[in-house]
Design a protein around this ligand. Structure first.
Ligand SMILES: Nc1ncnc2c1ncn2[C@@H]1O[C@H](COP(=O)(O)OP(=O)(O)OP(=O)(O)O)[C@@H](O)[C@H]1O
Length: 259
């Protein structure tokens, strides 16, 4: 197995607090890896540092073996790592199809000049992107909503679309920050299936999530944080039996996670 991401001694100090404290872990290609821990454990801050939204105080982030510490989100996305945010980030006034098409255009090769000149290259690319947007609608299960405004989608559908926009950048590694927050049980199931399909399509997924049922059922590997430090790492079974994890985080939620 090859390694796609590695954190070494990552430390992030915010206003005198060590939000992330000498954190290290590696992510293997083709896996779903979850980062879990109590509120304030440092999960989102870790995501911010990996994706370039926050510069670490110390430590390093390696993506496909290359040191990407401190690079901008754009440059990190160019190297294949893209994140979705806790809040939905779709273009509310556009249709679902146009949202995806716009996302794909941002990745497309044709520049403004070519678009204005409407050259053959542009038309060919436009057709290709429209076909890709249709394929993506199918992947997301949103075909029947293609012509609806994004603002008229249910909350769960908007989150699916948000992930679609992140996928439009054709990442090799996708970071999902609390994708199941606010979803009802059937939306959560649909989301889980989609995350598995994303993994099976060859994209490595790093997930921050509080829904332990979801985490335990889809993760290949789990990293547990508490007070910015890694307190455990392993497969779902080992994590659910780890005394320190139970004490710090799972506690009474464990029975629910195993249900
Ligand atoms: N911009 C900020 N200013 C001040 N403190 C911050 C800031 N961002 C994060 N923190 C602090 O850093 C610590 C880690 O926060 P972080 O959001 O990374 O935790 P989390 O594990 O993602 O929590 P949650 O599960 O609640 O989303 C917390 O103590 C938080 O209060």
């Amino acid at each position: 197995m090859s390694e796609v991401l590695r954190l070494e001694d990552l430390t992030i100090q915010i206003a005198g607090l060590r939000a992330v404290d000498q954190l290290g872990f590696a992510v293997e290609a083709g896996q779903i890896v979850s980062l879990i821990g109590p509120n304030g454990a440092g999960k989102t801050t870790t995501f911010n540092a990996i994706s370039g939204y926050m510069r670490p105080t110390a430590g390093r982030v390696f993506l496909f073996g290359e040191d990407v510490t401190g690079l901008s989100p754009d440059r990190i996305a160019q190297r294949g790592l893209v994140r979705s945010f806790q809040r939905t980030s779709v273009f509310a006034g556009c249709t679902v199809f146009d949202n995806l098409l716009t996302g794909l255009h941002l990745r497309g090769r044709s520049g403004v000049l070519q678009a204005l000149l409407r050259g053959t290259g542009f038309r060919r690319e436009e057709e290709e992107l429209r076909a890709q947007a249709h394929a993506m609608l199918g992947f997301l299960g949103l075909q029947s909503r293609a012509d609806e405004l994004a603002s008229s989608l249910s909350y769960g559908e908007q989150r699916l679309l948000g992930v679609g926009l992140a996928l439009a950048a054709q990442p090799r590694v996708l970071l999902l920050d609390e994708p199941a927050a606010g979803l009802n049980p059937s939306e959560t199931d649909a989301f889980k299936e989609m995350v598995r399909r994303i993994r099976d399509s060859g994209v490595t997924v790093l997930l921050v999530e509080h829904d332990m049922h979801m985490v335990m059922s889809i993760s290949d590997h789990i990293v547990v944080l508490n007070h910015g430090k890694r307190i455990a790492t392993g497969g779902p079974k080992a994590i659910q039996q780890d005394p320190e994890v139970i004490r710090a985080y799972l506690g009474s939620g464990l029975q629910h996670a195993q249900a």
